[in-house]
Design a protein. Structure first.
Ligand SMILES: CC(C)(COP(=O)(O)OP(=O)(O)OC[C@H]1O[C@@H](n2cnc3c(N)ncnc32)[C@H](O)[C@@H]1OP(=O)(O)O)[C@@H](O)C(=O)NCCC(=O)NCCS
Length: 200
């Protein structure tokens, strides 16, 4: 896999006041870790995006169970989240509001595409552009690694999530019967990043 270079922080969400968005350079601990974090400040909170640590795995797993695997068997247990985070070709970014986990994204980088394995934003932090920022971060790091396709699966019944990804430029490509524990279908979605890379 090509080596990752400097990661350029994507543009802030248009709803955020530019005066409340600060860039904070940090050291990069690993190949795909972000070199910058963003502070998203609102009158109610200051949310920072930055690399997840192994110690965050249990909180990510619990939030994932509550937000993503509702009414399904809990498959993303702390052990499984930690195992993915340990993989060399994976990356995990979290949104944090002081000591609270506001959101997370886990991605894997393959030979030909990046794959979003898990994405969630806690209810009280939604519609602030946090989900969009985390997906953009995966897209930016994928392009730095020479990957121009981002793939994911989403529960077919999750209309809001499908709409969210559609708004971010993802197309529905397939439906997989019983993908989730044989109980529920998944919609496969992907975004071709080539147009993005040539427009920069
Ligand atoms: C999907 C999810 C990650 C979105 O996170 P978020 O931080 O609220 O999303 P953003 O604020 O970045 O939204 C970006 C755009 O997506 C669309 N969008 C987001 N949530 C939406 C919803 N509930 N209904 C319709 N459109 C939505 C909007 O167009 C929004 O832009 P706008 O606020 O300017 O209108 C969050 O709702 C979530 O965690 N859902 C449960 C878990 C899940 O389904 N994860 C995805 C599958 S793994």
């Amino acid at each position: 896999m090509p080596a990752a270079g400097r990661v350029t922080a994507p543009k802030p969400h248009p709803h955020l006041n530019a005066n409340n968005l600060q860039e904070c350079p940090i050291e990069s601990p690993g190949q795909f870790q972000p070199r910058r974090i963003w502070l998203l400040s609102t009158p109610m909170s200051t949310v920072t995006l930055g690399p997840a640590r192994m110690g965050d795995a249990p909180a990510i797993a619990h939030l994932s169970r509550d937000l993503i695997e509702t009414d399904l068997p809990w498959s993303w247990t702390p052990r499984r989240v930690a195992s993915l985070m340990r993989q060399r070709e994976s990356a995990a970014v979290i949104a944090r509001d002081q000591n609270r986990l506001a959101g997370f994204i886990l991605a894997q980088y393959g030979d030909e595409s990046a794959h979003i394995a898990l994405l969630g934003v806690a209810n009280e932090y939604r519609r602030q552009g946090i989900g969009r920022r985390m997906v953009q971060w995966v897209e930016e790091t994928a392009m730095v690694a020479g990957l121009f396709l981002v793939r994911l699966e989403v529960r077919a019944i999750k209309r809001e999530a499908r709409h969210f990804y559609a708004r971010l430029g993802y197309r529905e490509t397939d439906r997989v019967d019983g993908y989730y524990s044989g109980l529920e279908d998944a919609i496969k979605m992907s975004r071709d990043l080539r147009a993005l890379s040539t427009s920069k």
